[in-house]
Design a protein around this ligand. Sequence first.
Ligand SMILES: Nc1nc2c(ncn2[C@@H]2O[C@H](COP(=O)(O)OP(=O)(O)O)[C@@H](O)[C@H]2O)c(=O)[nH]1
Ligand SMILES: [Mg+2]
Length: 273
Amino acid sequence: MTETDGSHTLQVCVLVPTYNERESLPGVLSRTRAAVPEADILVLDDASPDGTGEVADAWAAGDERVRVLHRPGKSGLGQAYLAGFAWAAERGYDAVVQMDADGSHLPEQLPRLLAAADGADVVIGSRWVPGGAIHHWPAHRRLLSRGGNVYTRVALGLPVRDATAGFRVYRVPALLRLGLADVASQGYCFQVDLTLRAIEQRLRVVEVPIDFVEREQGRSKMGGEIVREALLRVSLWGLRRRGSQLAQRLPGRPSRAGRRQPELLSSGQEPAP
Ligand SMILES: Nc1nc2c(ncn2[C@@H]2O[C@H](COP(=O)(O)OP(=O)(O)O)[C@@H](O)[C@H]2O)c(=O)[nH]1
Ligand SMILES: [Mg+2]
């Protein structure tokens, strides 16, 4: 995407993962085209039984900026995004956007996220920073998101308020430094995994407030299994991080150069020599 309004000049590909989103997808595509007309869109469909892939193909036939990657079957949000990242990197995009297909992420707020990407490697559209909001979520989902983020922040020592957020921008060269080949996480955990990797690589991570709106059509694909995966993996990563921090403080062990306190890690400073 080459914007001429001065806000940013990035070639952008918006990645939209879909599984059974045939009612929601057309609205999201048309709103995205209106909000960021110069961006390309890649729909990542996992052979949705409801025919979402065909709906996407019909759109792509009438709009050369919309493309569809058909994947053979449901293999989770994380794997779909990894395929999308590889697709965009091969084609030389400067930045990729992660955006849900169910309308929860407002395409109208994309320009705000992209503007922030001018000075950052990772932009997280955050529900849990001042100005961020969640609309039409029942109390139990709010609690799950809030509790999950507080736990993640404490367990991992991350300087991020909404590590599970799925509305993001990544600069592609920065993304390629995250060692994506061994990412195995799936649902919310995928977002936490990449946040942790970004912080550990000392990428410039910023959070921008967004309005998250509960879907009006279709059903959520995230269930108890996805929550359990996140809890288990985050706990293991937390133990690993705490363990390695402790090991560095033991007498006789020189502290490893380049390791800094988590609070400083998203400042965008260059790693210590
Ligand atoms: N390609 C693909 N997309 C998925 C998969 N699971 C979920 N999605 C998409 O990921 C986005 C977020 O999922 P959703 O069910 O809305 O999660 P929730 O917002 O946390 O309830 C939606 O666009 C889904 O269609 C999957 O296995 N494969
Ligand atoms: Mg959703």
